[in-house]
Every structure is written in C-alpha cells, then in structure tokens.
Write a new protein. Sequence first.
Length: 222
Amino acid sequence: MKNNVNYQQILDKKLVEITESGRVPSLLLHACCAPCSSYCLEYLTNYFHITIFYYNPNITFKDEFDKRVNELSRLLTEMPCKYPVELIVGEYHPEEFIAAVKGMEALPEGGERCYRCYELRLRETAKLCRERGFDYFTTTLSISPHKRADWLNEIGGRLADEYDLNYLYSDFKKRNGYKRSIELSQEYHLYRQDYCGCVYSRRDNHNHAQKIENDIGLCRSV
C-alpha cells in the first residue's frame, strides 16, 4: 500500500536548511536517462555540486545503454548549470539485473520486479556515495509517473542507514516536474525512450501498444 508522505515537503525543508547553512554540499545523483535528468539538474544545481551516476544494468541492449548515456553526456555539455556537473558511467553488466529479478520475469510492470530493480541501482549508488564521500545521494527515477516514490524513498532511506549516509528524499514528479522534463527534452531535442529499459518493460509496452492498435482496428470495423 502506498503511504501518504509528502516527499516534496521534506525536500523543501532540507533545501532551506542547506541554503541557510551557506555551504554547497555534494550530491551523487543516480540517473536513468537524459530526459529524467533534465528537470532534476535544473532544480538541484542551485543547491548542490552534482555528480551524475549513470548505472543501469536493467537496460537489456547495449546499443540502448550507449544511446542513453550519449544523450546524457550531450545534455551536460549544452544545458547551463549553476555549478559544473560531472558524469560517472557505471559498468554495463546486465547479468546483475537478470540475477536480481530471477523468478519475476512474468510479473507486470510496476510490481515486485521493479522494486528489486530500484534497490539494485540505488544500492550501487549508495556504495559509490560512501566510497567517494558525497554528502548526499538520490535518484532521478521518482520523476516518472510510472515509478513509485514511496518505494524509492523507502529503499534510499534504508540504504542510507545501512551505509551511514544522507539520502535526499524527493518526488521529482511533483510541481510539474515531469511536465518540465518533457519541455526540456523538446528544447534540447533529447531522445525519449518508450520503455523503462529492461526486456520485460519493452515486452509489456509492446503488448500494450498492440492492444491499443487492435482495439482501434476493432472500433473501425464496427
């Protein structure tokens, strides 16, 4: 069951604290793609020295993985940010994702398989945060209307406790964050993928599109 925590209010309070401190902390921002990163960067670069961590073993096909990281890299060269943004590209090991979701292949998008995927990516982000000494870590994933912010923040908070770190609670889809990401994608002509990244989400998206096409064809024949 989803909780009723307002993660935007929590983030607002944290950003006020950071502003009043007079110090600009470092943030390790896990990113899935350029479109989702665009609004998060526009928003957070006013408060943090950001390093983006592109770690996505869930992306099944190497050409898709490379296409997304290339778009992200291009965005960082074209989009003005208050402070310079660095990019770390994680190693591509899709077998890690396959192992993490073993036995869940037939589950629908948005279920337990996705939870395991979130944890896989956030755990690697937490490890790097501890290794490099960043002040905070978080992820762009909550900007998507298809991603559960309560799950992401529960996982992030739990990993922060486990590794003795600071997790930046957030729900970037709030305050028209998703809408703004679409606008920025258009402005910078970013490639917007039509599925999350794994072969299972691609399968579900294809099945959904096929159902719509079939329904339209059925309506036209009536």
